[in-house]
Every structure is written in C-alpha cells, then in structure tokens.
Design a protein around this ligand. Sequence first.
Ligand SMILES: [Zn+2]
Ligand SMILES: [Zn+2]
Length: 144
Amino acid sequence: MERAIRYSKKRADILAAIQGTNCHPSAEWVYQQLKPTHPGLSLGTVYRNLIFFRQQGLIQSIGVVGGQERFDGTLTPHSHFVCDCCGSVLDLPDICPDGDLDQTVSRQYGLAVQRHELTFHGQCRSCAQAQSHHQNQIEEESSA
Ligand SMILES: [Zn+2]
Ligand SMILES: [Zn+2]
C-alpha cells in the first residue's frame, strides 16, 4: 500500500517509537530505544525528525519537563499530569479542555483563543508512596 508521504525506514521507526509508547518521551528516550538497531543514528537526527513530525501534525510537543522537551503520539484532546519528582508524564484522558473557557478568555481579553491545555503538577503514585515510606522511616528512627 502506498502512502502519500513515504518515510525512510529510520524516520518510520522514530515515528513508531513515539506512537508506540504513552510515556511522552524526550528525543533522548527515543534515541536510546533505537540506538541498538540503528547504530548510525544521532540524537540530533532524532530531534529533527520529532520536530518534523510535530510540524506535520503527527505528534505534539507537550513542553519541557525537567529540562527536556517531551513529545506525545496521542493527538486526541486530553490533559496531563506531570510528576515533579520523577518527571513522568501521565495522560488524563477524561479531563478535556473546555471550549467554553476559550470563549470566556477570548471575550474577556479580546484575544482569538483557539485552544488551551491543562497540565497538573504534583507527585505520581509511586513517588507519593516512596515519600510516605521515607517519612515513616524517619518517624520510626526518631521514636526508636
Ligand atoms: Zn513520580
Ligand atoms: Zn498525552
């Protein structure tokens, strides 16, 4: 089957890597995934391809987390939770940006708002758990 745009194998593999995960990877992550099977690949090439895919509307960028730009292969509207502790980015598929809010902001500030994104910050389950264990330990140690 012919596709409108034919990608090189390398380019197709980069796209498949990001579409096949929901971890919202950085270019570095994709690079590490593909390095064993693509020895000639460079981090710069991965990054340039991710930017290209973003421009093509095949993936989206969800901004910088812990100093690295993160990408998302899921294009349906959804929100994100960012763990400020370990840097994991989780999908919140049921939390959709509300079009009414776009209109409210447009009216109130005289702007042509097209969309907005919701990103929640905090600690993921495992980080919150690790911290409470850690706190218990400190409490046990200080009471011993
Ligand atoms: Zn975490
Ligand atoms: Zn996502």
